[in-house]
Design a protein around this ligand. Structure first.
Ligand code: LLP
Length: 428
């Protein structure tokens, strides 16, 4: 449960007034709650205690060094998707030997780097890739630990851009081909060590059913691979959803009591434990969004208000370059004024300064009738927020702040214009 709430008419993160952070650092700025991340991580680890389960945090959700460092200190492993993410883990004081490396397009340079750093396992996505890792490991005189991502054809009931477990997307190896592929690895790829099996069916899943269905479907294969190849782990992927619509209210226990249909970490654990326990395998989980999503908001300032022919607009200083989820996935983020409003709300579009019609954070949204200069908090911004940011329209990257009790720390300084162009050069 997150730690954002109104107190004395102003929204706080833990014990810090968000207005103070906006005043000191400026906007846009992402504000993370340390307590929220640590509490949810502890809850997940406790709920999974009956299993030999390990959390491999999906770094792509939020890869700030301070966040990775916090996770590493709590004994968390990492699910990475590039050499850059591996470098970040090492730079943040994390241990490469608890990293699993996923993704459909690993380059030779990245594979070599991961082998040099002794990562725990490559999660592979094609026979081609396995052959390439086999070749490189052979040249380096090492055995590369591998697992293959099996695609179980389960509909995750999520947005089409973030569903991955059906047979219509680029991820994984079809469940009908997976046994044949493991046999090929064992017979033809001497520089690989088959260490596990992996799956991931999609992101922002809000129901238990797809998880259960996929686990039921793949369990017999995991068991078979344990017998045939001695695999030691099965990674069941990430994907646990968070609250977007209802986010602010969900910081209070009463909201959860009134919404028994919501997927909680406890319900998730209770559903999967009986299915996984009998397998006697080490179970990896790769949550990204669930550990950081509700743990941050993006503070942004209302610059202008505009009454168009058909609509009201609130023009803010955060754009799709800062948080692209609404534009890319029709993502819904609640937007609240930091200074609490008590008067009548209005219906408006909340739009950014970027020259694109797709640059909106909310459309036809009932929202407080904020005036220019007022600070807003865009909720549920911790996952795939900053990590997907760009400098489009030559807008420097936003700052990031971590709140801890009544203290707060800058964990990323706002990018300067000089830094933004530092790597550009004129032709000779
Ligand atoms: N494991 C694998 C193999 C993945 O591909 C992903 C996410 C995860 C774990 C973590 O999933 P999570 O627990 O965060 O749902 N940018 C999109 C989400 C893309 C997810 C990509 N893969 C969004 O903002 O909704």
């Amino acid at each position: 449960m997150h730690s954002f709430a109104y107190r004395n008419g102003s929204m706080h993160c833990e014990d810090v007034n968000l207005a103070d952070i906006a005043g000191a650092v400026g906007t846009p700025v992402f504000v993370y709650s340390r307590k929220t991340i640590m509490d949810d991580l502890a809850e997940l680890q406790q709920a999974l205690a009956p299993l030999d389960a390990h959390v491999a945090y999906a770094v792509k959700a939020c890869s700030n060094k301070a966040i990775l460092h916090m996770m590493a200190q709590r004994g968390v492993g990492f699910d990475i998707v590039s050499g850059g993410e591996l470098w970040r883990i090492i730079n943040a004081g994390g241990d490469p030997s608890v990293c699993t490396y996923a993704g459909v397009g690993k380059t030779e340079q990245e594979i070599r780097y991961a082998l040099e750093q002794n990562i725990y396992c490559f999660n592979c996505e094609s026979e081609n890739e396995l052959r390439e890792i086999n070749r490189i490991a052979g040249e380096m005189g090492v055995k590369a630990p591998v697992a293959v991502r099996v695609n179980p054809h389960v509909d995750a009931h999520t947005h089409k851009y973030i569903t991955t477990g059906t047979n219509e997307n680029k991820f994984g190896v079809d469940i009908t081909r997976i046994e044949e592929l493991y046999a090929i690895i064992a017979a033809e790829m001497p520089h690989l060590h088959i260490r596990g099996l992996q799956m991931h069916i999609g992101s922002q899943l809000t129901e238990l059913e797809p998880f259960v269905k996929a686990i039921r479907k793949v369990s017999p294969i995991a068991l078979k691979f344990k017998e045939l190849y001695g695999i030691e782990f099965w990674s069941i992927g990430g994907g646990i959803g968070i609250v977007y619509d209802g986010c602010l209210a969900s910081g209070k226990q009463e909201w959860w009591d009134a919404h028994p249909e919501q997927l909680t970490l406890r319900k998730f654990a209770e559903a999967i434990i009986p299915l996984l326990q009998p397998l006697g395998l080490k179970i990896l989980l790769e949550p990204g969004r669930r550990l950081v999503g509700n743990a941050a908001c993006l503070l942004t300032t209302c610059l202008y208000v505009k009454k168009g022919e058909a609509k009201n607009f609130k023009i803010i200083d955060a754009g799709m370059n800062d948080i692209i989820r609404p534009a890319l996935y029709e993502g819904y983020h609640e937007i609240w004024p930091v200074k609490e409003h008590r008067e009548q709300s209005i219906v408006a579009d909340i739009v950014g300064p970027i020259c694109e019609s797709g640059d909106f954070q909310a459309q036809n949204r009932e929202i407080a009738d904020v005036k220019p200069g007022e600070v807003l908090a865009e909720m549920s911004a911790g996952a795939y927020g900053f990590s997907m940011a760009s400098t489009y329209n030559s807008r420097p990257l936003a700052a990031e702040v971590l709140v801890d009790g009544n203290k707060w720390h800058i964990i990323r300084r706002r990018q300067t214009l000089e830094q933004m162009v530092a790597d550009e050069c004129l032709p000779e």
